[in-house]
Design a protein around this ligand. Structure first.
Ligand SMILES: Nc1ncnc2c1ncn2[C@@H]1O[C@H](COP(=O)(O)OP(=O)(O)OP(=O)(O)O)[C@@H](O)[C@H]1O
Length: 288
């Protein structure tokens, strides 16, 4: 369980995090979303004990995090630069070091993942491509089996197949070894199926904490013949529209009452869950 109380981070005149009270029960997968500069990296850094808060507290399973080795050995933050060691180290050295520092590190699992990402232990960290560096950082993050594992845009540069492998492995290993994951991402549609809960930070404040299912019920997608859809959504709050030939899909904010649902049935319109990305853009102020 992670708890923050009145957690604040300031950089000179900039307040990156306004007093923040969070309660994140353990053994869940959290998605951390926010526009550029919203405070995601700052939050993850203080949760991991990399940075001292300007005020307030962070507790992991009831114990403070900053300068507390007992807590930090159980927390793993993979940063967006993917640098999990010194550039001159080869991957074997980095894995050996991680195994030494992290009580739950599984070297066999790391070897298996390394192989699946097409990496070898002899490669030098500094000589990996951007996507390979991210893949290696993910190997370290997953094999650490840290009770709190956080990935800050860890997929940067990875191709679609490797991102899929990351998502599949994360889910598989989470089910086999339940622990808490926090994933910060801008790939909202791609990663949201992984999330049990979504946190949205906006301008250094927690705008929303919601189960994914509840979030998706905040809107509806309506699909059908363009003119029928336009008539149906008249007067509703439209978040986005997509047209494909004669077919149109419109995302509306808010639920539909029984009368409107019956009407949709009568006109054979297809109703579906809302795209999290559409909601996110709406909730964080729309397209500039
Ligand atoms: N070292 C720093 N010195 C000064 N200001 C900083 C520093 N790090 C972050 N900030 C500021 O704090 C705010 C939050 O930054 P942060 O990196 O946490 O955002 P983010 O949500 O991770 O953004 P992005 O999605 O662009 O990575 C921004 O206004 C940023 O300019």
């Amino acid at each position: 369980m992670i708890t923050t109380s009145a957690l604040q981070v300031r950089f000179g005149d900039t307040t990156a995090l306004h007093p923040l009270d969070l309660d994140l029960p353990g053994e869940r997968i959290y998605g951390l979303l926010g526009r550029n500069g919203a405070g995601k990296t700052t939050l993850l850094s203080v949760l991991a004990g990399f940075r001292k808060p300007s005020a307030g507290a962070v507790l992991f399973d009831g114990a403070p995090v900053f300068e507390n080795v007992r807590s930090t050995s159980r927390i793993c933050l993979i940063r967006d630069d993917g640098m999990v060691g010194d550039g001159t180290d080869n991957l074997r050295d980095v894995l050996d070091m991680a195994a030494m520092l992290r009580p739950a590190f599984d070297s066999g699992y790391a070897a298996e993942l390394l192989d699946r990402f097409g990496l070898t232990r002899k490669q030098r960290l500094g000589a990996l491509s951007r996507g390979q560096r991210s893949a290696f950082a993910i190997v370290v993050g997953l094999a650490s089996r840290a009770p709190l594992t956080m990935f800050d845009e860890a997929h940067l540069g990875m191709d679609a197949a490797n991102r899929q492998l990351f998502h599949d492995e994360l889910l598989r290993d989470y089910l086999a070894h339940p622990r808490t994951f926090v994933l910060s991402t801008h790939l909202i549609e791609e990663q949201s199926p992984l999330f049990e809960q979504v946190l949205i930070l906006h301008e250094g404040r927690l705008l929303l904490q919601s189960d994914l299912d509840e979030l998706r019920e905040r809107g509806v997608s309506v699909t059908g013949p363009a003119q029928v859809v336009d008539d149906f959504v008249y007067g509703l709050k439209v978040l986005s529209e997509r047209t494909l030939g004669p077919t149109k899909q419109v995302t509306v904010f808010g639920g539909l009452d029984d009368e409107r649902r019956a009407l949709a049935g009568r006109y054979a319109l297809e109703l579906g869950p809302v795209a999290v990305q559409d909601l996110f853009i709406h909730l964080t102020g729309g397209v500039p």
